[in-house]
Design a protein. Structure first.
Length: 748
């Protein structure tokens, strides 16, 4: 095994990892019957010699635990050593590996061989001093006692006798030693009943020097994967695909809601079946391509083992039969899948599977020894670690909590850190996956369904499930569908949708038909320690659709409250509200309120406004924010005031001509057009333009082009003359404008 950082990314975390190599996981039961031991040995020997496993008929819809299937083995491997009477104490065996020990205990107890999972923590060590202190008033101690360890947890301790006596005391009927024939460094395992199944426990000796006795502690345990002994059904599991060959574990952390918890990962090269053995077992059982469970032989140097393997090409069904509601699956040539399961007594855990295509064309889900989980009592964010939050539900019809838009400085990370209290946090991040949305297909789907806004599902080449995309420019509606309270926008064609626990990136594209479409890129970020728990991200005010604060939030909310007292009819669940220092602050900049002489301007617009006459403007606190507000005419509002209410847009593409270069290049004349999330932002006729520095594009609600001094250059539909510079960089991305002349004013 190797150690990993708390973020689960090799070498990328800056906290040491508390991990030991080994399998991991879940509930376990066991009843070990002595009489069955010899019988089981004979059965196993026969199966090994003839290559036969119990084979039911092809189960098209398996609802029970994994079913054994026949698997011919031309050359039998070494026989698994089973516990047998050795003339003293309990039946015992000696094996080479822990995997063999677990298999031997399972077979001797009448249970199927199965992947064994180990929880994150093995608990605290009970030392000799603690045991002796607990037995101080006991004369001639012997048998089982309860001793409190250094963590304050009560542990059972067997006092007196040897390993066989301790195994009996813990409910075991056989022992298996892992080690060579010398006995040096032996580790002894037994099994005990647990919730109708079984679990393996390691017997650790504690020598009590003062009492002259040995004590035995069963602190370390491993449990069989719950799908081996239980029947799983219910709704299909949610499947999240990660394009490429990379391990999808970081995506799993995000989708399972584990980003709010400290996490661990354990790596172990557990023995696994080969793809050829899967084909042999499937052919012998006659199941075709499945879906079905198979018991497939596992060849090791020292023993022949067996593991249950699911054969089937539906990831959702695979998740269901393994007892998981979430499957995060890589789509490359080397496919790794992570599944989440809640396990009694262990909590949220996950295990990795290698999804392979056999030579016979079957899809097999091979269990690995790699597992993960959360540390301590952390509850995964809103999902129980079993399924992601919804991505396609309708927006709440009567929502009155506004979505807050963070705008005003050119860095979404800084906006989110300030608003969500992430300033002093260590952050974990995941990079976007290579997402290629076929934009022409978006047009085709939208046309077929007659949809011009809202969520769509679009098939992506190489993916087995459609990808959800959002059609339209209304990021507030997208945030309400995704059920997050904060959107950060920084002038790029991306938006970060966030709550207090994480942020996810969405990117805008424009289809050939001119539709704006948004898709989640897979990039994400969340606080991973080093700071206090972030505050609730819900905006501290209710009653309208969206909120934009262009100044510090306390004065922003105070000014909005004052304006609402003045004109309550202007507010309601269908309006967008913004507040800022319009009179003393440049357009597009978030300026902090610095004193009583700075009035705060509040703008209110309907959800889908089309005319400047629909805008209402209020100014509060002409001397101080005293609860006094005045309404002013929207038609007379200066550009900075209109900037507060403008719709979000990408920054204008800028000219490559050096400052002061002569405007002596070619010229073009045409009609000004624009769109908030088109990469061109503003263009002339159909020609993309790189604009002179200092120009600002605002959508209030249609495009208005302003000069650096705040004067209006032109609006959408106006004719413009653009003069280029010979010094501008040539290129195919549009006209490089050095000067903009409005024929309406005949001035640059």
């Amino acid at each position: 095994g190797r150690e990993m950082g708390d973020d689960g990314l090799d070498g990328r975390g800056d906290r040491p990892f508390v991990v030991e190599a080994g399998p991991a996981r879940a509930p376990g039961p066991s009843r070990i019957q002595r009489v069955a031991i010899g019988l089981a040995a004979l059965v196993l020997a026969g199966l090994t010699a003839w290559g036969l496993l119990v084979a039911p008929g092809p189960p098209p819809v398996p609802t029970g635990p994994p079913v054994a299937a026949a698997s011919p083995t031309p050359t039998p491997g070494p026989t698994l050593a089973l516990p047998h009477p050795d003339g003293e104490g309990l039946p015992s065996a000696r094996v080479a590996t822990e995997a063999e020990a677990f298999a031997a205990l399972a077979v001797s107890g009448g249970w199927p061989q199965c992947p064994m999972w180990r929880p994150f923590s093995d608990g605290a060590v009970v030392d000799a001093a603690a045991v002796e202190a607990a037995l101080r008033d006991v004369s001639s101690p012997a048998g089982m006692y309860t001793v409190r360890d250094s963590l304050g947890t009560d542990q059972r301790v067997w006092v007196g006798g040897g390993e066989d006596d301790a195994a009996r005391g813990f409910g075991g009927s056989a022992v298996v030693r892992v080690g060579d024939l010398t006995g040096v460094g032996d580790v002894t395992w037994t099994s005990m009943p647990a919730s109708g199944s079984w679990e393996a426990v390691r017997l650790d000796r504690v020598h009590l020097q003062d009492l002259g006795l040995d004590a035995w502690v069963a602190r370390v345990r491993a449990v069989p994967a719950p799908y081996c002994n239980a029947s799983f059904g219910g709704p299909p599991a949610t499947v999240v695909e990660v394009p490429g060959d990379a391990d999808p574990y970081p995506r799993f952390v995000s989708e399972a809601g584990w980003f709010v918890c400290r996490t661990w990962q354990r790596f172990d090269d557990a023995p696994a079946p080969t793809a050829a053995d899967v084909d042999a077992a499937a052919d012998h059982a006659g199941i075709g391509d499945g879906p079905a469970w198979l018991a497939v032989p596992v060849h090791t140097a020292t023993a022949e083992l067996s593991l249950p393997v699911w054969v089937g090409d539906d990831p959702s069904r695979a998740g269901t039969v393994h007892g998981s509601r979430l499957v995060v699956l890589g789509t490359g040539t080397s496919r790794r899948a992570w599944m989440a399961v809640g396990i009694e007594g262990v909590g949220a855990m996950a295990v990795a599977f290698d999804v392979v295509t056999t030579p016979g064309g079957r899809t097999a889900w091979l269990p690995t020894g790699t597992a993960a989980g959360v540390v301590g009592r952390c509850e995964p964010a809103g999902t129980g670690g079993e399924a992601p939050s919804p991505s396609l539900g309708p927006a709440p019809a009567a929502a009155t909590l506004p979505v807050e838009l963070l705008r005003g400085i050119p860095n979404a990370s800084a906006l989110l850190a300030q608003r969500l209290g992430w300033t002093d946090c260590r952050m974990a991040t995941i990079e976007p996956y290579p997402l290629e949305i076929p934009l022409a297909d978006v047009d085709a789907v939208a046309t077929e369904l007659g949809v011009e806004s809202g969520m769509l599902r679009v098939s992506v080449p190489g993916a087995t499930q459609p990808v959800p995309v959002f059609l339209g420019t209304d990021l507030v509606e997208l945030a309400r569908i995704e059920q997050v309270p904060v959107v950060a926008i920084d002038g790029r064609p991306v938006a970060w949708l966030a709550d207090e626990t994480r942020a996810r990136e969405w990117r805008a594209s424009v289809t050939p038909a001119g539709r704006t479409v948004w898709a989640a890129t897979g990039a994400g970020a969340w606080p991973d320690g080093g700071c206090a728990p972030p505050p609730d991200a819900t905006p501290g005010i209710t009653g309208f659709r969206s909120l934009t604060c262009w100044t510090d939030r306390a004065h922003c909310l105070e000014a909005i409250a004052a304006a609402r007292r003045l004109a309550p009819e202007a507010f309601g669940p269908g309006v967008d509200v913004a507040a800022g220092l319009a009179s003393t602050c440049p357009m597009g900049v978030s300026c902090p309120w610095s004193g009583p002489d700075d009035p705060v301007t509040v703008t209110v617009t309907p959800e889908a406004w089309h005319d400047l006459g629909e805008l209402r403007v209020f100014t509060t606190g002409l001397r101080r924010l005293s609860g006094v507000a005045l309404e002013t005419a929207a038609e007379a509002a200066p550009p900075a005031t209109l900037g507060l209410a403008s719709r979000p847009a990408i920054a204008l593409p800028e000219s490559t001509a050096p400052a002061g270069a002569a405007c002596d290049g070619a010229s073009i004349r045409g009609t000004l057009r624009g769109s908030p999330w088109d990469p061109r932002v503003a263009w002339v006729d159909e020609v993309p333009v790189r604009w002179p520095a200092g120009l600002t594009a605002m959508f209030v609600p249609d495009l208005r082009l302003y000069a650096a001094d705040g004067s209006l250059v032109a609006g959408a539909g106006n004719e413009l003359l653009l003069v280029g510079s010979a010094a501008g960089a040539p290129g195919t991305d549009g006209f490089d404008a050095c000067q903009v002349v409005s024929p309406r004013t005949a001035e640059p």
